[in-house]
Design a protein around this ligand. Sequence first.
Ligand code: HEC
Length: 104
Amino acid sequence: MDSASLAIYTKVQEGEKLFKEAGCNSCHTVCEKLTGPALKGVTQRRKKEWIYQAVTNFSKLRKSGDATAENLYQQYKVEMPNQEFVKKEWIDKILVYVEEGKCM
Ligand code: HEC
């Protein structure tokens, strides 16, 4: 494996570990809808800053009048719990894992 692919591979591994350790996997998968949306493609549909806010404090984002957050809530009828403990660097790694995932 060349060093560029090795670097990606390492990030994917770290991202998968964090995805489980932070408990995202109890409500999300990469490709299938669970309690929450399938996360593949989320970096194309949302801005990074929005994702950080949604993951760390969804209810605050929704209360601020964010239409995307409100629409998601209306679809899923559950508010993602506040996860202030989740660092931006973790989210970045989780997103690499999510976006590298292959779906049918
Ligand atoms: C208790 C269930 C639950 C957990 C745990 C959870 N989520 Fe969510 N997540 C949701 C739901 C439900 C939504 C849809 C928005 C809403 O209604 O809150 C969502 C939405 C999202 C979105 C936006 C998806 C989109 O299509 O815009 C992202 C990104 C996300 N979650 C990432 C994470 C990450 C990363 C973690 C772990 C740190 C996590 N979630 C943990 C339930 C959860």
